[in-house]
Write a new protein. Structure first.
Length: 312
């Protein structure tokens, strides 16, 4: 029997640890994680309301510190579920930074949850929110929408603090946008249909380079930013099933997303050590068939079908 890649083993182990947010598996059966850099797929879903795939959100965990990318539906509870499975960096009061790829609702509908729920659970620091133009307005409107909740929690009988509900928005342009002792984060432009600015992110740490595409049609920036990176997390749709879509949707997806055939070409040129498929548009294609499409299109490197709560 061929030896399975470690990334696939970890992903399968995490995905198989119980069906809900809990984890009833014995502690001895759960994966353990040391220091270094891990990629955690908190949600791999799309706007389609699939019960087993939550909204798009990814965590890059560096020496136990989580840096989030996107805030899809259920992001806070998915972090709680990952924490119960032993994934480091998932302590909710410590979550204080997120990078948003673009302002589509499926990537941001969990943002108020990310702003307020960890505060209710004890976070004292403001949430730092990095993203494209429009981020300031979105954060400002969310704070206004929850003004009465904030007032009741801070002035009423509930034991809380008056700082952790705040969010600080940073509207960024392509380039180096964040750096601390663990990571350097670079934003780069991607093409996503009618959005004037959509971003991907590169995370450089002491041991790994991680590139996250966000929602993206094929483009040179992914190849340039990866350049033999350790992990490329990339969205994808089935080229085989694409022909069955209505013409209006074909036009949209061709301008907004990346097919399996196109992704194989990107991977051949970008040369990641591991290609992780996420935000997968299947349209009746199975996960195994989607991976096979990428391989048949010419990608001979390691590739996995990303699963919710998978760690790579």
């Amino acid at each position: 029997m061929p030896r399975l890649p470690r990334a696939w083993l970890i992903a399968v182990a995490l995905a198989g640890c119980g069906g809900g947010d809990g984890d009833d598996s014995p502690a001895a059966e759960r994966p353990t994680y040391g220091s270094g850099t891990h990629v955690v797929l908190l949600g791999t879903g799309t706007p389609n309301a699939e019960a087993d795939r939550w909204g798009p959100a990814t965590a890059v965990v560096v020496d136990g510190k989580a840096y989030l990318v996107d805030a899809g539906a259920g992001v806070v509870r998915r972090m709680a579920a990952a924490g119960r499975r032993g994934v480091p960096g998932m302590h909710l009061p410590d979550i204080d930074i997120v990078f948003i790829t673009h302002l589509h609702s499926d990537h941001t509908v969990g943002l108020p949850d990310l702003i307020f729920s960890p505060w209710v659970l004890g976070r004292k620091a403001a949430l730092e929110v990095y993203g494209p133009p429009g981020m300031l307005a979105m954060v400002g409107h969310l704070e206004a929408a929850y003004a009465e909740d904030i007032r009741i929690r801070t002035e009423g009988l509930e034991p809380t603090n008056d700082t952790g509900h705040r969010a600080v928005a940073h509207e960024v342009q392509p380039g180096r946008i964040y750096q601390d002792e663990r990571v350097t984060v670079t934003a780069f432009p991607v093409r996503h249909a009618s959005w004037p600015v959509a971003l991907g992110y590169r995370f450089d740490t002491a041991d790994r380079r991680i590139v996250i595409s966000g929602d993206a049609a094929p483009g040179e920036t992914i190849v340039e930013q990866c350049d033999a990176c350790d992990v490329l997390v990339h969205e994808v749709y089935s080229a085989t099933s694409f022909a069955r879509r209505a013409p209006v949707w074909q036009r949209y997806h061709a301008s907004a997303h990346t097919s399996t055939t196109e992704l194989a070409e990107i991977a051949r040129r970008a040369r990641p050590r591991l290609l992780v498929l996420t935000h997968q548009l299947l349209w009746g294609t199975t996960p195994e068939e989607l991976v096979a499409e990428v391989r048949l299109a010419g990608w001979e490197g390691e590739v996995v079908f990303g699963v919710d709560l998978g760690v790579y």
